[in-house]
Structure formats: C-alpha cells, structure tokens
Design a protein around this ligand. Sequence first.
Ligand SMILES: Cc1cc2nc3c(=O)[nH]c(=O)nc-3n(C[C@H](O)[C@H](O)[C@H](O)COP(=O)(O)OP(=O)(O)OC[C@H]3O[C@@H](n4cnc5c(N)ncnc54)[C@H](O)[C@@H]3O)c2cc1C
Length: 266
Amino acid sequence: MEFVEPAVYLVAEPRINWVDLGDFLEEAGGGEWYDSKVRPIGVDAQDLIEAGGRMCYRSWKPGLNKNVTRVRKDQDSYLANIIKSGHGSVLEHANFTFIFSNVSRVFTHELVRHRAGSAFSQESLRYVRLDELKFWLPGWAKEDEVLAEECLQVLHKLEQLQEFMAGHFDLDNPDLSFEEKKARTSFMRRFAPEGLATTIMWTANVRTIRHVLEARTAPGAEEEIRLVFDKVGDIMKDTAPALFADFYQIEQYKGTPAWVPGTSKV
Ligand SMILES: Cc1cc2nc3c(=O)[nH]c(=O)nc-3n(C[C@H](O)[C@H](O)[C@H](O)COP(=O)(O)OP(=O)(O)OC[C@H]3O[C@@H](n4cnc5c(N)ncnc54)[C@H](O)[C@@H]3O)c2cc1C
C-alpha cells in the first residue's frame, strides 16, 4: 500500500513535415510565409493550425485571394483571431498525447466522457494483476489523521484480499493458462477500490483540450480531475502558448484554480 500523487506527462505533439509543406506552399504562393518560420524551434502545433487557417482563405500573403487585401502577419494575433471568431475546427489538426499516471478510476471514468476529439488507452485490470494498491489521498484527507488511519486500514485489508485471492487461485502456477489467469484477475479487480491509482493515455486535439480544461477545472468539477487538468493547463500554456493565451486563472476557495477561456467552446 502506497500513497501516490497524480502525474501528467506530455508524451507526443505534432511535427510538421516542412519539406512537403514547403513544396505545397511554393505551388500555393505561400513561400514568404514559409520563409518567415523559424524552423526547427517554432511550435509545430501552432504553425500547423495557422497553416490550416491560412489555407482556407489563401491568406499566406495579400493578393493571393483577390478578396483579401490585408493579412495578419504575427502568429499570436492570427491564432487569437481564429479562436475569437470561433473557427474551432482548425484547432482539431493538432493533437497532443498525455499519460496520466497515479490517477484513480474516478478520474478515468470522468475523462472518458469526453468522446469528441479524444483517444484513450487505459491500463487493463483484467490483464494486470493487482498486488500493491496505490492510492491518492487529497491533502486535506491526509491531514485528518483519524480519517487517514481508517482509510489506511481498509486499504490494507483490500490489499490482503488481493494477495489471498492470488494464492487461492494459484495464479503463480506456471501451468495455469493465461485465459484462466485473466478470468480470475478480472474477478479480483471487483474488489479494488474506485480510488485505486492507475494509468491512462489520452490523445486529444487542441479544440478538445481547451474544452476539457475549462470544464474540468471549473468550481463544480471533482478535485482530482481539477488537480490533473491544472497541470495540463500549465503544460499547454508552456508548449503552445498562442493556443491557450486567452485562458486566465481564477483562484478557488479550495484546491487548484479554474482555467477560464476568453472564448469558450470554440
Ligand atoms: C462538473 C461536472 C459534473 C458532471 N456530473 C455528471 C453526472 O453527475 N453524471 C454524468 O453522467 N455525467 C456528469 N458529467 C459529465 C458530463 O455530463 C459530460 O458527459 C462530460 O462533461 C462530457 O462533456 P461533453 O458533453 O461536452 O462531451 P465531449 O465529448 O467533451 O464533447 C465536446 C463537445 O462536442 C459536442 N458533442 C460531443 N458529442 C456530441 C454528440 N454526440 N452530439 C452532438 N454534439 C456532441 C458537444 O458540443 C460537446 O460539448 C459531469 C461533468 C462535469 C464537468
């Protein structure tokens, strides 16, 4: 039995194929825009979304579309305008992949409700046999010594039950088929607590990340998901600042701040 803290890892983000994009831009008259990019240190997610947006109106430079006489040159203001004008589908081109570790099944149940623009891979407790139970307790619960002690005792008991069942079902017997192990392991997980620390991988596009960040850090959201998405907000502000520039934080009475976008639900 171990107390753990939820952790967030950003494990993947978009990478532009600048060679092919350059070839396309040469044909489309976007050579100047291409040359203005500071490869490889730019933010590919931002450049990709900007490229998607500019393609719509041929706004690589003035005059390519005869209806367009002026174009925004600066990326920050270009992307701010995309967001402000609600052109949210462009944000779907850039996907980011996170691993959330030491998060509970309470958290994962809530996360998977966000279907649009999301992909999930969750640790299987049908295949992975539980031995040590890992668990997160919020700070206020840890500080309440009487409560923490009671919780600890229940968790120890549940951990012992897992150990007992593994022995009872003879799961370490090398002659036991994997099918049998899987069936028994699946039975055993029914006695795992909902707060058990587990792992989930989440891939989401920027439109989705913005929506979930807002919804899941709001005052009414559950404290663990608020804690995790506060970390996601920090990571995204660092990684793709222009796509999250309109978010500001409001301190809440308890726990982590609410992330509020200037433009909601693009
Ligand atoms: C504070 C809080 C409390 C909650 N409490 C409960 C609860 O008590 N019980 C419960 O069951 N759930 C609860 N939920 C979950 C909630 O009902 C939603 O399932 C969850 O927030 C997913 O968000 P979403 O509907 O915006 O879907 P997402 O998948 O995140 O989709 C994003 C947006 O895409 C659009 N969209 C997605 N799918 C469709 C579709 N099929 N048709 C049309 N438009 C679509 C919608 O505009 C949607 O808002 C809670 C959520 C929050 C934030």
